[in-house]
Ligand binder design. Structure first.
Ligand SMILES: Nc1ncnc2c1ncn2[C@@H]1O[C@H](COP(=O)(O)OP(=O)(O)OP(=O)(O)O)[C@@H](O)[C@H]1O
Length: 276
């Protein structure tokens, strides 16, 4: 019920129970010189499942299709995006803002590793400082003319993913999981967090799903049969891809050449993103 006839509509001064109270939005505006059309978060319930790989491959594929593409590396304590693209130079900036690095094929990137003196310097920062840095990657970086921005989210459901969900207007998220995670409650936590925050889930990607035999192409399910279809059904989500564990892909990541990746595993995900 509305508090009184004399409601000022300034919700900060009214009681929590007031029915006219509007939910507080923490969404931040990007830099005034930025133009960003769609923003997609790439999320995982825990670390090391291939979230950065999926982010980099999706960025590469959208860029190959002719879209202006960017990656914001929000994984502040475990940044891996510059390395897989072979970027070693530091970010430049002036009084107007910070400029993202640009890869060989023209993808724009921002990561904490572009700001640290040495790539191996640890980020020993408190949570609010880490969250503040992610926010600044959105507000202070000049993201000119971007059709699709992918955000490599920090793993889990903690403080920093929460900040990203609250401050950056995401058009949707893709959840990446390994076969082992799909039999645990970890994926469910990521799905439920997105639902709580009203962020649309574009779909699920299973990484390290199988190994293809180099001689006969037979799929070997090293971690047992996949459970992704059951999870997708339970949460009414779409399965976008099943990525193999592929030594060629690992080698491209290690040598900073992810933009040379081949394979059509993520085609369905790309189509879904284009249709957003
Ligand atoms: N399908 C795959 N085939 C080969 N190597 C892979 C595959 N997926 C991931 N890797 C390798 O596994 C390592 C971890 O992957 P990645 O950095 O993408 O995980 P992550 O989920 O982003 O981890 P974190 O959240 O800890 O940053 C990387 O060295 C990557 O090259």
């Amino acid at each position: 019920m509305s508090e009184s006839q004399s409601c000022s509509h300034e919700c900060g001064s009214c009681k929590e129970s007031c029915s006219d109270r509007k939910p507080t939005s923490f969404i931040e505006s990007p830099h005034p010189m930025s133009q960003i059309k769609k923003v997609i978060g790439v999320v995982s319930g825990k670390g090391g499942v291939g979230k950065s790989l999926v982010t980099s491959m999706l960025g590469t594929l959208m860029n190959r299709k002719g879209y202006q593409t960017a990656i914001l590396d929000a994984d502040i304590t475990g940044p891996s995006i510059p390395k897989v693209f072979g970027i070693t130079e530091k970010a430049a900036g002036n009084e107007m803002g910070i400029f993202p690095a640009v890869t060989k094929k023209g993808l724009k990137l921002m990561s904490v590793n572009l700001l640290l003196e040495n790539d191996s310097d640890p980020v020993v920062w408190r949570g609010p400082v880490i969250s503040g840095t992610v926010k600044q990657f959105w507000t202070d970086v000049i993201w000119e003319d971007v059709d699709y921005m992918f955000i490599d989210m920090p793993p889990g459901t903690g403080d920093v993913p929460l900040t990203v969900f609250q401050t950056i207007p995401l058009d949707g998220i893709i959840i990446v999981a390994s076969p082992q995670e799909l039999v645990s409650m970890i994926v469910a936590k990521a799905v439920n967090m997105a639902k709580m925050m009203h962020i649309p889930i574009i779909g699920l990607v299973e990484n390290m799903s199988y190994v293809a035999c180099p001689d006969c192409d037979k799929k070997i399910y090293v971690f047992g049969e996949s459970h992704i279809e059951e999870i997708a059904k339970e949460y009414e989500l779409e399965v976008l891809a099943k990525l193999p564990l592929d030594p060629k892909v690992a080698q491209l990541c290690d040598s900073g050449k992810i933009e040379e990746v081949e394979g059509n595993w993520l085609d369905q995900a790309v189509n879904k993103i284009e249709a957003l």
